[in-house]
Write a protein that binds this ligand. Structure first.
Ligand code: PMV
Length: 321
């Protein structure tokens, strides 16, 4: 019987922003994330007697255009692990766009784990991480729970993720503040490419990430949430500085994004623990503690009654169910 693989989404605290090899999705720098509970993808794959793969999402068979990215990925996997069979992929996504998270990280992590199980590839988690990375860079980190580091590497085998602490005692809560559910107008791939090629600050990005990874790992080891928050916020805003300094300049921010950054700063001045992190879109994730999260939520709802908030905690690595 084929098992269903489940993978959770993750939020990068030290961001991946720039590919040194586009085909293999090798990043310029390491990155570091927290796997979250609540938002996940379930994927089952089965061998079919067909000369084409079939992809279904949330019970609906995807047409040629919508399934192209997965089908191309399956071609890469077949070549990599030397098998010819075509597959039926059935995915159910529990990462709603309405919660402000992209589903490519949990999606490709669950798909890689599912293919490993169905095709009996006997891969280690490190190899599953490498396989997931070929679908979407951030997916390499969703193989593990808790705090995870993705090693940039220099070729397919050396670019993989590794857990830092899968069951951390850190009192961390992530509050997703959703401003818009719309698809982003500049994909992360295009945004990265523009930043790498045209931002005069891109050369400093690698140096910054290298030192912030060391600092945040120390803060994680000491369960120092304030330090984790400070470093994460600085790293995220530095990533967005690469978009603003690209040529032509661009930004993922909406007016409400800035408003929330200001609110979070004001909350800190009142002694409430809160720090922002922002991916390639307008929505803001606020790093809180169990003690501060309700205060932050109430304050945001008061100031911006139209936005919705979702709370997430530390999540697990891939599961077979
Ligand atoms: O994995 P991708 O190609 O969707 O890129 C992810 C980029 C960021 O979310 C902005 C940062 C990250 O490390 O997750």
């Amino acid at each position: 019987m084929t098992k269903t693989a489940r993978a959770y989404t993750n939020i990068a605290l030290i961001k991946y922003w720039g590919k040194k090899n586009k085909k293999l999705k090798l990043p310029y720098t390491n990155s570091l994330s927290l796997t979250l509970d609540k938002f996940y993808t379930d994927t089952k794959s089965s061998v079919i007697d067909n000369d084409e793969d079939i992809v279904s999402l949330n019970g609906e068979i995807l047409d040629f255009k919508k399934s192209l990215r997965i089908k191309r990925y399956l071609d890469v996997v077949r070549k990599m692990y030397d098998f010819d069979e075509h597959l039926k992929i059935e995915s159910v996504n529990h990462v709603p766009l309405s919660a402000g998270f992209a589903s490519s990280a949990s999606g490709f992590a669950a798909l890689a784990a599912s293919i490993n199980s169905t095709m009996k590839l006997n891969l280690t988690n490190r190899q599953i991480s490498t396989l997931a990375r070929n679908g979407s860079g951030s997916a390499s980190r969703s193989i593990y729970g808790g705090f995870v580091e993705w090693h940039a590497g220099n070729d397919n085998d050396s670019s993989y993720s590794e857990p830092i602490d899968e069951n951390p005692k850190t009192d961390i809560v992530l509050l997703s503040v959703v401003i818009s559910e719309a698809e982003k107008t500049i994909s992360s791939t295009n945004g990265m490419e523009l930043s790498v090629n045209t931002s005069p600050f891109y050369t400093n990005w690698s140096t910054l990430v290298a030192s912030e990874i060391i600092e945040i790992k120390q803060a994680i080891a000491q369960n120092d949430l304030q330090k984790i928050g400070e470093i994460s916020e600085h790293n995220a805003l530095s990533m967005h500085a690469l978009t603003l300094s690209a040529n032509p300049p661009f930004t993922y921010f909406a007016p409400e994004t800035i408003k929330i950054i200001q609110i979070v700063k004001a909350l800190r001045q009142k002694g409430i623990l809160a720090y922002v992190t922002i991916d390639a879109g307008p929505n803001v994730k606020i790093i809180c503690s169990n003690e501060s999260v309700n205060k932050v939520k109430n304050y945001i709802n008061e100031q911006l009654p139209k936005v919705s908030t979702f709370e997430a905690h530390i999540g697990k690595g891939i599961q077979y169910i």
